[in-house]
Write a protein that binds this ligand. Structure first.
Ligand code: HEM
Length: 116
């Protein structure tokens, strides 16, 4: 993979993470009729996060096993579920937002510390 593609993947990955985060937190406060467009945007952002993540895993690490990547995939799975939950469990919004912030913190810590 050429260096230009790696840079583009990193940028796309982080921009999609920002969009996924923004629209997921918006889902906790938005009116019920906004469900479809907001879940659509956060769903597309989540797919781009996964696709760019997997491509970087292949291009930068040759799909070699790293515990931190597995933890990131689990964080992605859990965080991607929050948008839908935000509409169905409005009463749990404060708790789910704290959980979401914690999941993001773990995912970011994994990529920068790469502890295992
Ligand atoms: C909520 C989920 C995620 C968050 C918050 C997140 C966040 C980040 C951040 C902040 C970076 C650093 C970019 C940079 O330094 O330029 C990164 C890089 C990366 N992410 Fe993710 N990511 C998530 C999900 C995933 C998933 C699901 C995968 C794999 C399938 C993945 C694989 C990677 C890889 C391989 C890198 C490049 C690391 C490197 O070049 O050292 N990420 N991610």
């Amino acid at each position: 993979m050429n260096p230009g593609e790696i840079v583009i993947l990193h940028i796309l990955h982080v921009v999609s993470v920002l969009l996924l985060t923004g629209f997921t937190f918006l889902a906790f406060a938005a009116p019920p009729e906004s469900r479809k467009p907001i879940l659509m945007i956060s769903g597309i952002a989540a797919l781009v996060v996964l696709a760019t993540g997997v491509r970087m895993w292949q291009g930068v690490f040759g799909f070699s096993y790293h515990g931190w990547i597995i933890v990131k995939v689990l964080c992605w799975l859990a965080f991607s579920a929050l948008g839908g939950l935000a509409y169905r469990r409005r009463n749990l919004a404060p708790l789910l937002m704290v959980v979401g912030a914690f999941i993001l913190a773990v995912a970011v810590a994994m990529v920068y510390a790469k502890p295992f």
